[in-house]
Write a protein that binds this ligand. Structure first.
Ligand code: HPA
Ligand code: MG
Length: 165
């Protein structure tokens, strides 16, 4: 909350993967807000990004939905992500967001993968660092499956073969 600058926060949920973390994180922010003497107004927005087929990034990122990115102008934007893998998706999203002159853009990600394919990008706020494995659950999917698992799990070879695109 200190780093977000004490101004209007626009919390941006990057669907579909981050909806669980987004809801949990916003519950925490709301609780902090309730217990502080100066509560910070917050609005929310949702966008979708798609770049994965099977367990591979296609490298071709699409942004779908959300308000016009011009709502970022002058705001403190908190982008909420599920996982930073190569970091390419987040970098592309950040460059799109910055074109709209927000006051600041910070990124919170529940997971960061230690992978040699990383472009070296680190988010501002990190939940957990994980090994270079494909994980599912807590809203992370493999070809749309396994989002409904309550916990983050490494996908098995059987799981991959069963739901291969
Ligand atoms: N799991 C699900 N989605 C992902 C992953 C992962 O490990 N890496 C990038 N997107
Ligand atoms: Mg996915």
């Amino acid at each position: 909350m200190k780093e977000m600058g004490g101004r209007h926060i626009l919390a941006l949920c990057v669907l579909k993967e981050s909806y669980k973390f987004f809801a949990d994180l916003l519950d925490c922010i709301k609780a902090l807000n309730r217990n502080s003497d100066r509560s910070i107004p917050m609005t929310v927005d949702f966008i979708r990004l798609k770049s994965y087929c099977n367990d591979q990034s296609t490298g071709d990122m699409k942004v779908i939905g959300g308000d016009d990115l011009s709502t970022f102008t002058g705001k403190n934007v908190l982008t909420v992500e599920d996982i930073i893998d190569t970091g390419k998706t987040t970098q592309t999203l950040l460059s799109l967001a910055k074109q709209r002159n927000p006051k600041m853009v910070k990124v919170a990600s529940v997971l960061v993968k230690r992978t040699p394919q990383s472009v070296g990008y680190r988010p501002d706020f990190v939940g957990f660092e994980i090994p270079d494995k494909f994980v599912v659950g807590y809203a992370l999917d493999y070809n749309k499956y396994f989002r409904d698992l309550n916990r983050v799990c490494v996908i098995s070879e059987t799981g991959k073969a069963t739901y291969k695109a």
